[in-house]
Ligand binder design. Structure first.
Ligand code: ADP
Ligand code: MG
Length: 342
């Protein structure tokens, strides 16, 4: 018997997509906070319980969602951020229209929103892919997205979660990265497990330098070099620590491309290369580096989680990082290598 081909239903498609978009609570938090930022929020409050497993709630003061659009927000590949004609010109965090339908497929999701200029708020609920019709709600402004019991519909994924502590740390890390990317936005992260309230992270609106100090520690800027370099239309800025301020792990390396926190092997490899002559193998540089360029020079549509990027001219970007950092290190007297060229 030849197996017949059939179309998967939307619920199955969303659960499959969720596997890529929502690996763990931290990825859900990242998607929700990015949505708040895309909505122009100036204040974002995040609450989690049990490492985000039982509750993630993100409250923002952004432009909100029109009540009539709430079902669309839960529909796959529906987005207000691009029109699909130019995938090379992406200026928002989101563009795939996948996060909310994916979260609704693997958790119990409630979105309450009041669109700017609208007299009323509305809310919509989806659980295990089943969407209830929207109904009137009470909210002064902005959007509240509440995700309960993440992965209750996919027990296999639930088993892969680490300890509550580890998941909480991953959430905190995701928030720190986004907080560095958007210094002008006030951000608080609270652990509300067992009815308690513990602040895990809090930063008021600030400029970039103040935000970096708030996130990475007040002594970081004093121990870091200011980086400014440019090559092939790509600008590099930020702070890179002196070799004496290195760490035993690479967790304090923060890289941003056009304001988007990324985890990219080419970029971390370039960072390692820049410090090669001044750090031993078991030490890792501390740095917050910002790369900015015309969006057409970098593809962010590499993976559903959008944390990887592909530069059109990767060699030039690598060279920019290596030479930009080596130059700054050499100026500061850390000339371990005879050349400063990348
Ligand atoms: P994407 O961000 O890729 O567009 P999402 O599934 O994350 O896809 O969100 C779908 C749509 O819902 C967004 O395009 C946006 O219009 C709307 N939306 C989601 N979260 C918010 C929010 N916090 N404030 C305003 N609109 C939102
Ligand atoms: Mg999104």
């Amino acid at each position: 018997m030849i197996p017949r081909i059939r179309q998967l239903d939307e619920g199955a498609v969303n659960r499959i997509a969720a596997g890529e978009v929502v690996e763990r609570p931290a990825s859900a938090v990242k998607e929700l906070v990015e949505n708040a930022l895309d909505a122009g929020a100036r204040r974002i409050a995040i609450e989690i319980a049990d490492g985000g497993r039982t509750l993630i709630r993100v409250t923002d003061d952004g432009h909100g969602i029109a009540a009539a659009d709430l079902p669309l927000a839960l529909s796959r590949h529906a987005t207000s951020k691009i029109d699909g004609s130019d995938l090379l010109n992406i200026r928002s965090f989101g563009f795939r229209g996948e996060a909310l339908p994916s979260l609704g497929a693997v958790g119990r999701l409630t979105i309450t929103s009041r669109a700017a200029g609208s007299a009323e708020a509305a809310s919509i609920h989806v659980s295990g892919g089943r969407i209830d019709p929207p109904r009137p709600a009470a909210l002064r402004a902005g959007t509240v997205v509440e995700l309960r019991d993440l992965f209750h519909a996919t027990p296999a994924r639930l088993k892969f979660l680490r300890s509550e502590r580890a998941e909480t740390m991953a959430v905190t890390d995701a928030i720190r990265r986004l907080a560095m990317a958007e210094p002008g936005v006030a951000v608080t992260l609270r652990d509300v497990s067992d009815g308690g309230e513990r602040v895990l992270f809090r930063a008021d609106a600030a400029d970039r330098a103040a935000r970096l100090a708030a996130v990475l520690g007040r002594d970081f800027p004093e121990n870091a070099l200011e980086i400014a370099a440019e090559r092939a239309g790509v600008r590099l800025g930020g702070l890179a620590a002196l070799p004496t301020y290195s760490r035993g792990t690479a967790v304090h390396q923060y890289l941003f491309v056009n304001g988007r926190p990324v985890r990219d092997r080419m970029l971390t490899g370039a960072l390692r290369g820049a410090y090669m002559d001044v750090l031993s193998k078991d030490r890792h540089a501390v740095a917050a580096l910002f790369l900015d360029c015309d969006p057409v020079l970098v593809d962010v549509n590499v993976h559903p989680a959008k944390t990887e990027v592909r530069f059109r001219d990767a060699g030039a970007v690598r060279g920019l990082i290596v030479s930009g950092l080596r130059h700054a290190l050499a100026e500061a007297g850390h000339r371990a290598s005879t050349t400063v060229a990348g």
